[in-house]
Design a protein around this ligand. Structure first.
Ligand SMILES: Cc1cc2nc3c(=O)[nH]c(=O)nc-3n(C[C@H](O)[C@H](O)[C@H](O)COP(=O)(O)OP(=O)(O)OC[C@H]3O[C@@H](n4cnc5c(N)ncnc54)[C@H](O)[C@@H]3O)c2cc1C
Length: 337
């Protein structure tokens, strides 16, 4: 539990890869550092996977083992990690310090600066079998992360937006033997150019597009290790079909964990925080944002940790001269950051 009477140099909100990387740098720079993590364990989303193959330095490592090493490294430099501590707001006090509300008024933390790294959660469909098969690593929400595990396999893709269209082409061109793709409407939501690319790729790479279909259930094999089949329903006829696949990719969007920051920081319509990509500075002086919560984030481990490092290094500059905080606001039309 954080010491309530202690003012930290930096409080980091969220103990995922972005927050842990930021803490490594700030603690090593001898700034007093506290990570607030709302869950019972730090680590964030990467804890949900057994197989990481694209984090430099590790040919293959589980998310849990990677986080254990990140955590040990951070603690070795003196950072504190407080678990089960959910930040709920940031305000500036009259003396210029930042005050963070924790666990809905249970306590407050005080800091000279804050790095916000609460991540984004993949939207689940909530259908039977989804959670079990995600734990068995047969359901994925990220083609870049998990595509390589489906070389020459048959996968089901669920979704109709830009990510679904783009990532289906990516999976089909690089890895899979066959893709069945379903979307609940008769037309895709994705941009026209992406839909055209998808239909071109469908001819070349064995993609079977079925519209309008919704998933009903992901049925595991008896031992619970694999998918036996997925039930899908034709929205127009109500007919239910069973398809045999090795994996399921769900592209239903993401929810940034930033609802509590509305009115505090500049946030876009999707809930992502506007942060200058060169400095991670937000609209509130002294507050940086890092990782998947940030607009235009690449949503990868390596980029989340990179964001944390940039924020930590910019924090030095801020402490040197707080009056230098300048953030050019982005183009509100959606272009730029
Ligand atoms: C199943 C799965 C597999 C993946 N595989 C890969 C892969 O192989 N390679 C890859 O590069 N990327 C992969 N990713 C993506 C990668 O995990 C993310 O890009 C990365 O974790 C983002 O880090 P982050 O620190 O920004 O956010 P997160 O990892 O989401 O961490 C945010 C942390 O903040 C905490 N938090 C949220 N709100 C609050 C609050 N109000 N107060 C306190 N704490 C809060 C959360 O509990 C969480 O621990 C995968 C993701 C998933 C889900």
């Amino acid at each position: 539990m954080p010491q309530s009477d202690k003012a930290y140099d930096v409080v980091i909100i969220g103990g995922g890869p972005a927050g842990l990387a930021a803490a490594l740098y700030t603690a090593r720079d001898r700034y007093s550092t506290l990570i607030l993590e709302k869950n019972g364990l730090p680590g964030g989303q990467i804890m949900l996977t057994e197989h990481v193959e694209n984090y430099p330095g590790y040919q293959k490592i589980s998310g849990f083992d990677l986080v254990e090493q990140m955590k040990a490294q951070v603690l070795s430099f003196g950072a504190e990690i407080a678990i089960s501590q959910a930040a709920g707001g940031i305000t500036r006090r009259d003396d210029g310090m930042l005050e963070i509300d924790v666990n809905k008024g249970e306590r407050t933390c005080v800091a000279r600066s804050v790095i916000v790294s609460p991540g984004s959660d993949y939207r689940n469909l909530g259908i039977p079998g989804e959670t079990e098969m995600r734990q068995a690593t047969r359901v994925s929400y990220c083609a870049t992360c998990d595509g390589a595990f489906y070389r020459d396999k048959h996968v089901l893709v669920i979704g109709g937006g830009n990510t679904a269209a783009e990532d289906t082409v990516y999976l089909a061109a690089r890895f899979t033997d066959k893709i069945t793709m379903i979307h609940r409407r008769t037309e895709f939501r994705a941009a026209k150019v992406l839909v055209e690319e998808l239909y071109t790729a469908a001819d070349e790479h064995n993609i079977d597009i079925k519209l309008p279909y919704v998933p009903v259930a992901i049925v595991p094999t008896d031992d619970g290790k694999d998918i036996d089949h997925v039930k899908i329903r034709n929205v127009e006829t109500d007919a239910v079909e069973e398809i045999k696949v090795d994996g399921v990719f769900i592209f239903a969007g993401m929810n940034p964990n930033t609802a509590w920051l509305k009115g505090v920081l500049e946030i876009d319509d999707g809930g992502y925080i506007y942060a200058d990509p060169l400095t991670m500075k937000t609209s509130m002086p002294g507050v940086f944002a890092a990782g998947d919560c940030r607009r235009q984030a690449a949503m990868q481990l390596a980029t989340a940790t990179a964001d944390g490092v940039v924020a930590a290094m910019q924090l030095r500059e801020y402490f040197r001269d707080p009056s230098t905080w300048t953030v050019g606001l982005p183009d509100q039309s959606g272009r730029g950051w």
